[in-house]
Structures are given as C-alpha cells and as structure tokens.
Write a protein that binds this ligand. Structure first.
Ligand code: AMP
Length: 141
C-alpha cells in the first residue's frame, strides 16, 4: 500500500485550501456534502488525522470517528425522513476508493429509490447547502 499523500483533495479541504459544504466539525472530525451524491443528502465524514483509509488508520482515529458517524447518521435520517442509512467506506482503488484520505460515506436511502452511480453527476451548490442546513438544524436540536 502506498504512503499517505497530503496532496489529496480531502487534505486540501481540511487545510481550507478548497471549499466544501460543511455539515459538522469538531476537533478531530469534519463532515461535508459529497459533491456527486449517490442519493439526496449524501455526505462524507472525515477524520482530521491523516491516513489513506481504514487499513492504515490508527485505532484511536477509528474510535473517535465512528461515534460521529453514528450521530450524523441519526441526524441525516431525521433531516431527510430517510427510510434507511447506507454507511460505506472503500479501501484502495480496486475496492472503488478514489480519494486517498480516510472517509466514511453516509447515504440516506429511500424505499424504492435506487442509488445513483458512485462519483456520478455533480449536485448544485445551492441544493448541497440546503441539505447541509437541514442536517445542522437537526444537530442544533
Ligand atoms: P471514494 O471513491 O470512496 O474515495 O469517494 C470519494 C468521494 O468523494 C466520491 O463520492 C466523490 O463524489 C467525492 N468527492 C470528490 N471530490 C469532492 C469534493 N471536492 N468535495 C466533496 N466530495 C468530493
């Protein structure tokens, strides 16, 4: 497995070098909308600590990350009245990984509605911003 390369796009988002539509942030974790959602409300949960994926992540990174994934999955289910939540995490290119900084996909699912292809079409910035607002509103209680 290659070493972590901090020129990846999520490292640039974490450093504030390129924009993202933020859903949630704390000391260790950032969540932002996926620009090519597979389903309305699809976002990514990203640890700030560097690792390519699950395989090279420090156990402490995972221990900190997954309670946030759970909290945000609950918030997304409520925000979008989703019927289910698909949580996905890909490791290395043959498994479909395209960005090599650990991230967890949180994808609301709706009865009878198929997922769009992985990394398919871009969503508009306005729609992503409105969806992030909905999740943040649930989190704010
Ligand atoms: P993976 O294939 O698991 O590495 O997923 C990478 C995800 O990142 C895909 O779902 C892309 O749509 C998404 N993505 C790529 N660039 C950006 C970006 N600048 N902001 C938000 N999501 C992105």
């Amino acid at each position: 497995m290659s070493a972590y390369d901090d020129s990846n796009i999520f490292a640039k988002i974490l450093r504030g070098e390129i924009p993202s539509t933020k859903v949630y942030e704390d000391t260790d974790t950032l969540a932002f909308m996926d620009v090519m959602p597979q389903s309305p409300g699809h976002f990514l949960v990203v640890p700030k600590a560097p690792s390519r994926n699950l395989l090279d992540a420090a156990p402490q990174t995972l221990a900190t990350l997954f309670p946030v994934v759970q909290k945000l999955a609950h918030a997304a289910k409520e925000a979008f009245a989703a019927d289910g939540i698909f949580v996905a995490q890909l490791n290395e290119a043959p498994a479909g990984q395209t960005v090599f900084h650990l991230h967890v996909h949180v994808i609301p699912r709706y009865d009878g509605i198929a997922l769009k292809p992985h990394a398919g079409g871009m969503e508009s910035a306005e729609i992503l911003a409105a969806q992030a607002d909905k999740i943040r509103a649930v989190l704010a209680g």
